[in-house]
Design a protein around this ligand. Structure first.
Ligand code: FAD
Length: 508
């Protein structure tokens, strides 16, 4: 036993092979929980629906090319997580990468974080004057109704800067017109606000400019991508006696007299198996978890589950000659005439990810599962991505050698006006009716957690199983995070900020 701030905590094994802790999902949160439990000598059984580890933080490998689902920076302010990363991978497997990113709009590259000289050069004197005039006009005559995000932004930056730096990218990421987004979220915190402030700051006379704390300039990155971390972690779990089973989707979670008694899994061939357990650490999407509960919960709980939505994501990785590509880690594409939202250059993330003097560019599309892009064939998506890359002038025609498509359902929990209440309703129901189910991670808690916070929820849950009493829901609420050191007062760190969005009527 050791003592923690929260009380006595057992460091002895509590769960044997007859009573393993079952874990749904072998992403960062699930594997972290498995590893921490296995180190304590507990019996763990991880069920992973997919055939690979890492979840959204996996590194995809296709014909020797390695690429991320979005580029995954390793940066944290949580010392336990930092220590765990370096416990899993030796220091020599980490690269320290400089951050280079730009915004592409109107055929110009804007340094990001913005630099005054670059912004002014790109805008040109006339446009810069018009932006300042539009900003001034908005200050004098702000839109009356500032309850929507568009007018809220316009009131602060003017129409011209809003159109250039906010409108298209926000709409690409969330798939919703900015004017339909309520502004109350923005009033609390706006990631884009730093961008807006930076622009306005850059346009002010030099003597009036204020120092803006810049975004992180470098980050850690495992040399073969984030998946490397989770591949090694999985090996460690198994070496410690844990079990990880692939192609096993948790489909039923059974409670008897208010407590968990078993979990049922199904493989792609439709074969089912029931495993007795009193503890399930779940990283599966909350919406799926509610639908898997047995006995079937009351209608209001099912409705709360159905009320949770997601934004999905797909990436088209294109192989091009190394010298034909840009040097940034990624570029934000604000241009409205293309659908791509962001482009990664994985060769800039790590030279170990690419080969033969070529690099791999990841064109990222933010989508809804089932929409036009999601259902397009791989061939059509590769053709579209190639066309857009050429249109943007990022590579010359004929330089794209081949492409791969990866679709990622439920990449982002969708925050609408009801999501918090839905999550709280489900959480309360589980506590009272399915004791022994522990929600962790990103989709597991329907929370916009990055890897570090996803992992921390898992680490604290393991401590709770051993007698501590951490409030898992408090993770990633109050901390200041890396994107902005100088947030507006009262801002909360959410890892990554996500706006509150209008309610979705249909779909996932
Ligand atoms: C585009 C993008 C960029 C990102 N960039 C960064 C970054 O730079 N840095 C960073 O730290 N984080 C980043 N993140 C966040 C990071 O990917 C997540 O925080 C992290 O992967 C969440 O871990 P998790 O284990 O909670 O969930 P997931 O990664 O979603 O893993 C869940 C696992 O559970 C499995 N599963 C689901 N349902 C079931 C079921 N019913 N039964 C069994 N298994 C199931 C899934 O197959 C998956 O393997 C990014 C995310 C996105 C979408």
């Amino acid at each position: 036993m050791t003592m923690s701030a929260e009380g006595p905590r057992s460091t002895e094994s509590l769960f044997d092979a007859e009573h393993p802790v079952v874990i749904a999902g072998a992403g960062p949160a699930g594997l972290t929980a498995a590893y921490e439990l296995a180190k304590l000598g507990d019996s763990v059984l991880v069920f992973e629906a997919d055939r690979v580890v890492g979840g959204i933080s996996r590194t995809v490998e296709r014909d020797g090319w390695r690429f991320d689902i979005g580029g995954h920076r390793f940066f944290t302010k949580v010392p336990q997580v930092e220590a765990l990363w370096h416990e899993i991978l030796p220091d020599e497997d980490f690269l320290l990468r400089p951050r280079q990113s730009r915004i592409f709009y109107d055929n110009k590259y804007y340094d990001y974080p913005l630099k005054a000289s670059n912004a002014l050069r790109n805008l040109g004197i006339l446009e810069a004057i018009l932006c300042v005039a539009s900003y001034g006009r908005a200050k004098l005559f702000p839109p009356k109704d500032q309850t929507n995000y568009e007018n809220w932004l316009v009131a602060r930056f003017g129409w011209r800067l809003y159109r250039r730096f906010f409108e298209t990218y926000t709409e690409k990421v969330w798939g919703v017109p900015v004017k339909e987004m309520p502004a109350d979220w923005a009033a609390q915190r706006v990631k884009g606000l730093s961008l807006g402030n930076a622009i306005v700051n850059a346009l002010k006379p030099k003597r009036k400019q204020t120092a803006i704390t810049s975004l992180i300039e470098e980050f850690q990155y495992p040399k073969y991508g984030p998946g490397m971390m989770w591949e090694v972690c999985a090996e460690k779990v198994v070496a410690l006696g844990g079990t990880i089973e692939f192609d096993q989707r948790v489909t039923k979670i059974t409670a008897t007299n208010g407590s968990l008694t078993s979990v049922t899994v199904r493989n792609r061939a439709g074969e089912e198996r029931e495993v007795s357990t009193n503890h399930l650490i779940s990283t599966m999407p909350m919406r799926q978890l509610v639908a898997a509960l047995s006995p079937t919960p009351p209608k209001e709980i099912l409705d709360a589950g159905e009320g949770l939505h997601y934004r999905d994501f797909l990436t088209v990785a294109l192989v091009v000659p190394g010298q034909a590509a840009f040097t940034d880690n990624w570029i934000y594409i604000h241009s409205a005439e293309v659908k791509v939202g962001r482009i990664q250059n994985f060769g800039s993330w790590s030279p170990y990810m690419v080969k033969d003097g070529k690099t791999c560019l990841g064109l990222e599309y933010f989508v809804f599962e089932g929409d036009e892009l999601w259902t397009a064939t791989d061939e059509d998506l590769i053709e579209q991505a190639t066309r857009e890359l050429i249109h943007l002038g990022l590579v010359e025609p004929g330089r794209v050698e081949r492409g791969f498509v990866v679709r990622v359902p439920k990449a982002y929990p969708y925050y609408d006006g009801d999501y918090k209440e839905n999550v709280a309703t489900i959480e309360q129901y589980l506590e009272n009716n399915v004791a022994g189910v522990h929600l962790v991670g990103r989709n597991g808690m329907h929370k916009y957690n990055n890897q570090d916070h996803s992992m921390l929820t898992a680490m604290l849950t393991v401590e709770n199983l051993h007698g501590a009493s951490h409030d898992i829901w408090a993770v990633n609420v109050e901390e200041e995070y890396h994107e902005q050191a100088g947030r507006p007062t009262g801002a909360q760190g959410t890892g990554r900020d996500a706006p509150i969005l209008p309610k979705r009527q249909t779909g996932n």
